[in-house]
Design a protein around this ligand. Structure first.
Ligand code: NCD
Length: 311
């Protein structure tokens, strides 16, 4: 991707430079009052978003739709492929060609890694990856960075402890790459079978960072500035018995938080299953609901940039 976003696909964090990421975060700041409904905008009036979700989603799909609506644009698409011609055997390529003709930008979530990159080859308009299997989830990362920057005053120098399913979790693949670009200190906590893939660690090391690898949340929690919890990705396990072995591996409670720094924040891309106990919601550490809201201004910024509104 060149310096400009206009007309570009957003498939992987690796396609983005630090300057481009900072541009999205700066534009997102400006979008906050519009995202809250306090100010009105018709910046994307007449524009259409094609929203194709081949996998379940609440926050990503609805915050993209809210973002488009708040900027005066419209959304069409499907939230499960059963109701679309996919059920009749239509290929991804053909569906993309059609929706490309009906819209100005496509947001795609798909169970297969590489699907968004492929879709980008068939679409003339920009394709934004809203999660491709266990691959990447770049827009989640943008809102995660926005949240860290807002809550901690910046990203650089923070110790970010990432916990849970680091093997199949696409949010943490994108996030750890971005954090290595911003010079955060990284610790990866997972059962050995769900640790960060070797290729991912090699990429982070190539940026000059040496992430700490651990399987114990208790051992590393006291030193964390940001604790990023994730769900074990049940749907990606080839064998349900393997899932059972690691289900419930980490569960954050109030008791565990006793060791945390006063200003440590807890994040989670959501949905959570049992990795954050609801009793944590009322502590001064919890930021996951604010994080979920931040998806709206950040996606507004991205849509505005790829559609050429905020250059
Ligand atoms: C995540 C995803 O879909 O990868 N959810 C989200 O977009 N907020 C995380 C998850 O499903 O566990």
């Amino acid at each position: 991707m060149s310096g400009s976003f206009r007309g570009s696909d957003v498939v992987s964090v690796r396609d983005l430079s630090r300057e481009q990421i900072e541009r999205v975060l700066t534009v997102a700041e400006r979008m906050v009052p519009i995202a809250r409904g306090e100010e009105k905008s018709d910046e994307l009036s007449g524009k259409v978003l094609g929203s194709l979700f081949y996998e379940p989603s609440t926050r990503t799909r609805l915050s993209f739709e809210a973002a488009m609506t708040r900027l005066g644009g419209r959304t069409l698409g499907f939230d499960e492929p059963k109701g679309a011609s996919v059920a009749k055997g239509e290929t991804l390529a053909d569906t993309i060609r059609m929706v490309d003709a009906y819209s100005d930008v496509i947001v795609l979530r798909h169970p297969q890694e590489g699907a968004a990159r492929l879709a980008g080859h068939f679409a003339v308009n920009p394709v934004i990856n809203a999660g491709d299997g266990a691959g990447q989830h770049p827009t989640q990362t943008l809102l995660d960075l926005f949240t860290i920057r807002k809550e901690k005053g910046g990203v650089d120098g923070n110790h970010v402890v990432i916990v849970g399913d680091l093997k199949y979790g696409r949010t943490v693949h994108s996030l750890s790459e971005a954090l290595s670009m911003f010079g955060a200190k990284l610790t990866f906590v997972a059962p050995p079978t769900l640790q960060m893939p070797r290729e991912q660690i090699a990429h982070i090391e190539s940026k000059g960072l040496e992430p700490t690898i651990s399987s114990s949340l208790e051992e590393v929690l006291a030193d964390a500035d940001v604790l990023y919890m994730t769900r074990i990705q049940k749907e990606r396990f080839p064998d349900p018995a393997e899932y059972q072995k690691v289900a419930g591996a980490y569960a954050l409670t109030r008791a565990l938080l006793r060791d945390a720094k006063d200003d440590m924040i807890v994040m989670h891309p959501l949905p959570r299953v049992n990795e954050i106990h609801p009793e944590v919601d009322g502590t001064p550490h919890a930021r996951y609901f604010e994080q979920a809201f931040n998806g709206v201004p950040v996606r507004m910024a991205l849509l505005s940039l790829v559609l050429g509104g905020s250059e």
